[in-house]
Design a binder for this molecule. Structure first.
Ligand SMILES: *Cc1c(COP(=O)(O)O)cnc(C)c1O
Length: 215
């Protein structure tokens, strides 16, 4: 419906089910209904659920802040990492990706609203990190991911998403091969889709409120 409004083909926008803080059985239920891509923010929590679920063929996306001491776990258990925001992490993922798993899909996370406490590269640094990613073994650069300033602060994400689309298109024109602009969550997915998102990351609208959600 959001695609129709934005004049977009629904086939151009995929849905990542964000399952952080939800139990493995919730993931299994949605998987059995035919959904295959799930996003997790915490390595330890995710690995525990993967172990519980066994060999389901789920495509796991890591979307949380990534510290150096977790890169090996992430590189060996996930199909995608959407939250790469510095060279050191990128090099470690490239080195630690087990060859038999094939390339690790990577998005560069961009701190589009320049929030001091938020992960992500500053917009003007995104291109350089993207070129580096495109050159590394065991890494397949897919595009950019962003989380705009929270709507609860009264911030309207429309301008942020437009800037992100501009950055994505500019880098495409320079010849980088990208196919993913990961932006939009439950509260603002329509705006993100209007601004060219190719992947929305949906938690609350699929699973309901998160247990123990303090945010
Ligand atoms: C939690 C989270 C989401 C999902 O948020 P909802 O508002 O529950 O849809 C999407 N992206 C990231 C990076 C998240 O951490």
């Amino acid at each position: 419906m959001a695609c129709e409004k934005a004049g977009r083909n629904p086939a151009e926008v995929t849905i990542l089910a964000v399952s952080k803080r939800h139990k493995a059985d919730r993931i299994q239920s949605l998987h059995q209904l035919g959904h295959n891509s799930f996003g997790e923010n915490y390595a330890q929590e995710a690995l525990a659920k993967m172990a519980q679920l066994g060999g389901t063929g789920i495509e796991w996306h890591f979307i949380g802040p990534l510290q150096s001491n977790k890169t090996r776990d992430v590189a060996s258990h996930f199909a995608w990492v959407q939250s790469v925001d510095r060279k050191k992490i990128l090099l470690r993922l490239s080195n630690q990706r087990p060859a038999e798993l094939g390339d690790l899909n990577v998005c560069i996370q961009v701190n589009i609203d320049r929030e001091p406490q938020k992960s992500g590269v500053m917009p003007e640094q995104a291109e350089e990190l993207a070129w580096l990613a495109s050159d590394l073994p065991n890494i397949r650069l897919r595009g950019f991911m962003t989380i705009p300033q929270a709507g609860s602060t009264g911030h309207d994400p429309h301008g942020s998403y437009q800037q992100m689309e501009g950055l994505y298109r500019a880098v495409l024109e320079k010849g980088l091969v990208l196919d993913t602009l990961s932006m939009g969550m439950s509260a603002d997915l329509e705006t993100a889709i209007m601004c060219g998102s190719t992947m929305v990351r949906i938690g609350t609208d699929l699973f309901g409120p998160r247990p123990d959600d303090k945010s």
